[in-house]
Write a protein that binds this ligand. Structure first.
Ligand code: FO1
Length: 329
């Protein structure tokens, strides 16, 4: 059912598994070709001689209908023959590369080594998977999330997968971001007159969304574009998944709606929160929509996507200056 949503494009900003769920919901409720997804590449790394782009692949596999539904990352019906054989030879197996998934990494590495851009590879992979949405890396340039921990600086995947997010986080930085430029197409999709809403998916704000916002030009494009609606990754004072709550604690940030609103202050027009946090509405200084943000089923994803897109319509009718000055509640 697509009736609640006026025609027009939606741009989603997204990290990995959690964000990809809402991106899929949007993809399914919008008309074909009406979604663009700008994806975090701060998690990318070189491993076993291959360029790995986990969040990009998670979005591609999810929208392409080939993601593993239980893990959220990697491919469905995966086999692990390469990794098993590699491990028997003494190779590193802490980062699990499945046989089918490996084809993506080899193909991307070949493409980049031949002088191609990451965004071009995302277009090729999208076409191969029959995806009608535009999937864009935030930048073709090298941006690397580094987690500064009590054990020293850790590249993102070493912190996240190898060390299972155990070391206490002191700070997070995005190496290369200051010199990066948005990938071709990113600023165009954000500033296009037909965009009805920019949606910040319920990805980890600190690890997954901040690297996107750290690319020069991205924040400005958001401020001058369509209404920006963020979906909080917090449900009932807890993070839905992953290390968001743990990191917030370690950084001395309260795990609640107010903290998410404060993090995105000046950037968003409104915040979508879960019913479990409805009481926060009265004490949060941005317009709030309360709905169910847990996405266990495909129907949950589609319903949240419809809610978010319909909510954004309230802000679309106001001039940008009025929205940024406070907007409707
Ligand atoms: N996440 C894990 O927790 N363990 C893994 O071994 C792992 C392998 C992996 C391989 C390819 C890929 O595209 C993603 C993979 N992920 C794995 C997910 C990834 O590390 C994270 O989900 C994201 O970077 C965070 O958004």
């Amino acid at each position: 059912m697509k009736t609640e949503i006026r025609s027009g494009h939606v741009v989603a900003l997204c990290g990995g598994v959690g964000g990809a769920k809402l991106a899929l919901g949007l993809y399914r409720v919008l008309d074909p070709g009406q979604l663009s997804v700008i994806v975090n590449t701060g998690d990318d790394f070189d491993h076993l001689g291959l360029r790995i782009s986990p969040d990009l692949d998670t979005v591609l596999y999810t929208l392409g209908g080939v993601a593993d539904p239980d893990r959220g990352w990697g491919r469905v019906e995966e086999t692990w023959n390469f990794l098993d054989a590699f491990g028997r030879l003494g190779g590193e197996t802490w980062f699990r590369l499945g046989d089918r998934d490996l084809a993506t990494h080899v193909s991307r590495t070949q493409w980049l080594c031949a002088g191609g851009r990451l965004g071009e590879f995302a277009d090729r992979a999208s076409r191969a998977l029959g995806i009608a949405a535009r999937i864009l890396p935030m930048s073709d340039d090298r941006v690397r999330t580094v987690v500064e921990t009590a054990e020293g600086d850790l590249p993102f995947q070493h912190y996240f997968v190898r060390r299972r997010c155990e070391p206490a986080v002191k700070a997070i930085r995005f190496d290369g971001a200051a010199k990066a430029t948005p990938a071709p197409g990113v600023l165009d999709v954000l500033s296009h007159g037909n965009v009805r809403a920019i949606v910040i998916c319920p990805s980890n704000p600190y690890l997954s969304v901040d690297p996107i916002l750290a690319v020069p030009g991205l924040r400005g494009a958001l401020a001058n574009g369509a209404p920006v609606i963020a979906v909080s990754p917090i449900v009932g004072g807890q993070a839905v998944k992953g290390p968001t709550a743990k990191i917030m604690h370690e950084l001395g940030i309260a795990v609640n709606t107010q903290a998410i609103a404060a993090h995105y202050r000046g950037l968003i027009d409104a915040l979508v929160i879960d019913e479990a946090d409805a009481a926060d509405r009265a004490t949060t200084d941005v317009p709030i929509m309360v709905t169910r943000t847990m996405m266990r089923t495909l129907e949950d994803r589609e319903r949240l996507a419809r809610d978010v897109a319909a909510f954004a319509e309230q802000f679309a009718r106001q001039p940008i200056a009025a929205r940024k000055a406070g907007g409707a509640r």
